[in-house]
Design a protein around this ligand. Structure first.
Ligand SMILES: [Zn+2]
Length: 237
């Protein structure tokens, strides 16, 4: 039978069983410790061992938690759910062996995102595969929007980049260089347009003052609603 105890800052699941020595395992996702020990070992003994090794254990716990935080929540297996243009798509993974470019296709009617990959490709490689697909699709979506709104607002732009930004959807420099977050691909089209209009409005007004919002409101009367809606999305892809 396992007992749950707390020693220092560690949560421990402790079991006495038929083992030769004390085993300590730190398990993902929350870094709990699973300790098994021979029958004669008491909780007091375990306390001593844990406290003696607390620095090394804490390091392992931190490493595991960091790893979990960095791992994409999607495992890139058939059945996974993917956000795309504001809707949930089901991932369908097809393992292929041919050498040609492994592609990804979207079936909008069936809400299926079909991905060709190799069985041997790691999760990280599949993640990168999806990111390059997103980049192509987002470019196709942004280009006509940029054309439409640069004309309407009568503004010019310099370079346009798509990046993985940590906490922003986009940015606009005073020289007209625009950056857009790759995670925009998760948003419904009207929110992508809202971000485009926001950044292009900065070509007329750098600050988020009354003048800025007056222009935004003229372009998109629903600005406030869209802004609120945008806040319900995270900026990670
Ligand atoms: Zn802004």
């Amino acid at each position: 039978m396992s007992k749950e105890i707390r020693i220092d800052k560690f949560i421990i699941h402790f079991t006495n069983k038929d083992v030769k020595r004390i085993n300590i395992r730190v398990k993902a996702p929350d870094g709990h410790l699973f300790i098994s020990a021979p029958e004669k070992v008491s909780i007091e003994d375990i306390k001593k061992v844990v406290l003696k090794n607390r620095v090394a254990i804490a390091k392992t716990v931190d490493r595991i938690k960091k790893k979990v935080a960095e791992t994409p929540s999607c495992s890139y297996l058939s059945g996974d759910s993917i956000s795309y243009l504001g809707e949930n798509y089901t991932l369908l993974v097809d393992f292929v062996t041919h050498k040609r470019l492994r592609h990804i296709e979207i079936n909008q009617r069936m809400h299926i995102l079909r991905m060709e990959t190799r069985e041997t490709f790691s999760m990280e490689v599949r993640h990168q595969q999806l990111l390059s697909f997103y980049r192509v699709r987002l470019t196709e979506i942004l280009n006509p929007l940029l054309e439409k709104w640069t004309q309407k607002l009568q503004v010019s732009i310099a370079k346009v980049r798509i990046k993985q930004l940590k906490s922003m959807w986009g940015s606009c420099s005073s020289s007209g260089n625009l950056s857009f977050n790759l995670a925009l691909i998760k948003l419904p089209p009207e929110l992508i347009e809202f971000v485009v209009v926001h950044e292009l409005t900065h070509r007329l007004e750098m600050n988020h003052g009354d003048h800025f919002y007056a222009i935004m409101h003229k372009c998109l009367p629903d600005t406030q609603v869209l802004n609120k809606h945008l806040k319900s999305y995270t900026t990670e892809v």
